[in-house]
Design a protein around this ligand. Structure first.
Ligand code: ZN
Ligand code: ZN
Length: 363
């Protein structure tokens, strides 16, 4: 079957081209896309910084309808509407313990560009091209997903707003709710107000944090964080973060989306005893983190990292949809939609900071 997909080649823009999609194997479904969000991991993979082969079809925040089911698929049928999240094998120990982002086969399921047997569902003129990115490759009119990474959703939910629940929004919210597990009344600072950081702000407000400090270079993003529930907005290198934190008596938790060593060093210094720092960003270099070992021990700090906020999408996506339906998750304030054909403009707007969360519409 011929589909249209945005193909990524080294040092080249995304180009939408006809691609052949082959037969499904056990545990796979063919999904006709309605929408797909663009996440920073797509751009990192496109830049060549991840061990992902090219040419490849990226995209890992897809929403659509199942139009075909492969062998050994029991829980899904044709016509089901699904959000596609990250890939996981479904049967290793981390998967069994509901922490699929640490699946023993996470690299294979998300970044290898192929199935476990080495094959790819995608080809062009007889030549295989890489796919199966996050077990989906959703920058396309159709994607091959697995039963392990699909979550059913209702007909009435808007595709454009549901798409980022598959990765970015889930990461920010679950980091605060499940990993930091912030207490009501506790003080948190969130460094970096992109979609992940802003989702964390929304979650911190839902968890009834006391002070919620949002920090970013971009004043518009800091203002948006204020609109979403941050009690204090700090424009980096302009406002005095240290004095602000001192005035509230210190921080119980820090959520960092920047992966910037200087930011992390500063954040550690602002934590109260037994405070927690959680890092969620993809580092732009392998520079070690400058953490004072004396403060680490004497303050009893916890310094942690997370993939996808440790979420189990099958549990946490329905939870986020409940919040959305209750009016507590204003996704429309984060999402800007683009026709699929405008993928390059969407990427440019994301890079320039004009758009928080671009979502491509395939229909
Ligand atoms: Zn697994
Ligand atoms: Zn992502």
């Amino acid at each position: 079957m011929e589909i249209l997909a945005a193909v990524t080649r080294p040092q080249a823009p995304f180009t939408i081209e006809p691609v052949e999609i082959g037969p499904l194997v056990a545990g796979e479904c063919l999904v006709e896309l309605e929408a797909c969000g663009i996440c920073h991991t797509d751009l990192t993979a496109a830049s060549g910084a991840l061990p992902t082969p090219q040419p490849i079809v990226l995209g890992h925040e897809g929403v659509g309808v199942i139009i075909k089911v492969g062998p050994e698929v029991n829980d899904f049928r044709v016509g089901d509407r699904v959000i596609m999240s990250f890939g996981a094998c479904g049967h290793c120990s981390p998967c069994q313990q509901h922490t699929p982002s640490y699946c023993n086969q996470a690299g294979l399921m998300n970044f290898a560009g192929r199935r476990a047997d080495g094959s790819s569902a995608l080809q062009q003129q007889g030549q295989a091209i890489a796919g199966h990115f996050f077990s989906q490759s959703s920058f396309a009119t159709h994607a091959v997903a697995r039963t392990t990474n699909m979550v059913k959703i209702a007909e009435d939910l808007p595709a454009a707003l549901m798409a980022p629940l598959g990765c970015g929004i889930m990461t920010g919210m679950s980091s605060v709710v499940n990993v930091l597990a912030v207490e009501p009344g506790s003080h948190i600072a969130i460094f970096g107000c992109g979609s992940v950081g802003l989702a964390a702000v929304i979650a911190a407000r839902l968890q009834e944090c006391g002070e919620i400090i949002a920090v970013d270079h971009n004043p518009q993003r800091v203002q948006l964080a204020r609109d979403l529930g941050a009690t204090v907005g700090i424009v980096a290198e302009q406002d005095d973060l240290k004095a602000t934190v001192k005035a509230i008596g210190g921080l119980h938790a820090v959520f960092d989306c920047t992966s910037h060593p200087a930011v992390i060093e500063q954040a550690v210094g602002l934590l109260l005893a037994r405070g927690k720092l959680l890092c969620a960003g993809l580092p732009s270099s392998k520079a070690p983190l400058p953490i004072d070992p004396l403060a680490l021990v004497f303050k009893g700090l916890s310094i942690m990292g997370t993939v996808e906020g440790d979420a189990d999408p099958k549990v946490f996506i329905p939870q986020m949809i409940d919040w959305y339906r209750q009016g507590q998750l204003p996704l429309h304030k984060l999402v800007t939609t683009y026709p699929f054909s405008d993928i390059e403009r969407a990427v440019e707007d994301m890079k320039s900071g004009k758009t928080i969360k671009p979502v491509l519409l395939m229909k």
